[in-house]
Ligand binder design. Structure first.
Ligand code: SF4
Ligand code: SF4
Length: 376
């Protein structure tokens, strides 16, 4: 794992406390989306197709900081949209860092070099730069040439100023294992702290539905990539058991409450990827969501998902309960041959419901009355 020991210890102590308190469900990472607006239009993105009145919305500094307090998770990830388009992003980040939370600011890096001097290097702040492959693959994935070069230049500038920097990457069904391996080698040479990798999952609003991975393909792709990675020491900053799950060696159920999402509409049910409604408060999200009705095997929309927002918390909980298993996988790496772990049967899943259009309509109506306010 590429995460510093101090951060691992803080998260471990938090998990231990939750267990001692007897909490069945608790958050590990807050996904804080302060805006949906972006300066790119990637083909696989399901976050930027809202009406303008929604794209203009911002969570205020106060709303962001109170979401951090309400949730209490030790790690806060700030995706978007593009967070660096938020005029108050520095105040938001500084405020969260002052609370002793570990912040991952996700960015496509187009504005990173320009805004770098406004941020202060800290053990609590990591820039998580979106890179989906080497130059050709990344510029194709973000539908714009030159973005890879600007992202790499920003990564180098941030590293030179002493910031923690990681890379987040999504693999789609056209990913070629040898190219992915070359990309991970390159990222390692760049000297970033870690790489977060996730399979593209075709949630309903991503416009390019054809190029996402289903579960079988995901497991095969990751096995082939990990086979190439033996001995190459790629610095993944995910838990070893989540990587083992991606390679098809763990039967895990999704635990989306581990990564709750606060965005301009409120607290999103059930997860970062699916938009099935909103709670006004974090407490309402945790207590009034019918969690058993989501996840692979429970809900048709979840059938193919192996995304880290649902399964990384499961893997972390498993690692805490079974440290020897976790250590064995960490030492030998994910298994890349043999039978896959049993898959969760899909014969009892409930059919998909399509609520998104109605939710957006009601949000647009509310924004006509109060343009800069979050609905929650
Ligand atoms: S950079 Fe991120 S938020 Fe922006 S369009 Fe691409 S995937 Fe979507
Ligand atoms: S399986 Fe879990 S993380 Fe994936 S879409 Fe369903 S609820 Fe969200």
């Amino acid at each position: 794992m590429a995460i510093p020991m101090r951060q691992q210890a803080a998260v471990g102590a938090y998990i231990l406390k939750q267990r001692l308190l007897g909490r069945k469900r608790y958050p590990l990472v807050l996904m804080l989306e302060p805006l949906y607006q972006c300066n790119l239009a990637c083909a696989g993105c399901g976050k930027i197709d809202y009406p303008d009145s929604i794209l203009r919305r911002r969570l205020s500094v106060e709303e962001c900081l109170s979401a951090v307090d309400e949730c209490g998770a030790p790690v806060v990830t700030i995706p978007g949209g593009e967070p660096l388009l938020h005029k108050d992003i520095v105040k938001i980040v500084d405020g969260i860092v002052a609370k002793g939370k570990y912040v991952y600011l996700c960015t496509n890096a187009l504005l990173l070099e320009k805004r770098l001097d406004q941020f202060t290097p800290s053990q609590f702040l990591t820039f998580s730069v979106h890179l989906d492959g080497l130059k050709e693959q990344h510029d194709k994935a973000v539908s714009q040439t030159g973005v890879f070069d600007r992202a790499v230049s920003a990564i180098k500038a941030a590293r030179a100023k002493g910031f923690r920097v990681s890379v987040n990457c999504t693999l789609f069904d056209d990913a070629k294992p040898a190219e992915v391996a070359a990309f991970f080698d390159y990222v390692k040479e760049l000297g970033v702290e870690g790489v977060t990798v996730a399979p593209g999952y075709a949630y309903e609003r991503a416009p390019d539905q054809e190029h996402f991975l289903n579960r079988r393909k995901t497991k095969q792709l990751f096995r082939e990539v990990f086979k190439l990675g033996k001995g190459r020491k790629w610095p993944f900053n995910q838990s070893s058991l989540y990587l083992d799950f991606l390679a098809g060696n763990q039967t895990y159920k999704c635990t989306p409450w581990g990564t709750p999402t606060r965005n301009v509409f409120g607290w999103q049910r059930p997860c970062y990827l699916l938009n099935e409604g909103y709670a006004k408060t974090f407490k309402e999200l945790m207590e009034d969501t019918d969690w058993d009705s989501y996840g692979t095997g429970a809900y048709e929309k979840c059938a193919d998902c192996m995304a880290h927002c649902g399964y990384e918390p499961t893997a972390v909980t498993d690692a805490t309960a079974n440290p020897l298993k976790m250590m064995a996988v960490s030492l030998r790496g994910p298994r890349t041959d043999g039978d896959f772990a049993p898959e969760i049967p899909l014969d009892r899943q409930r059919p998909a419901e399509f609520k998104h259009e109605d939710l957006v309509k009601s949000a647009v109506n509310s924004s006509t009355k109060a343009p800069e306010k979050a609905a929650g």
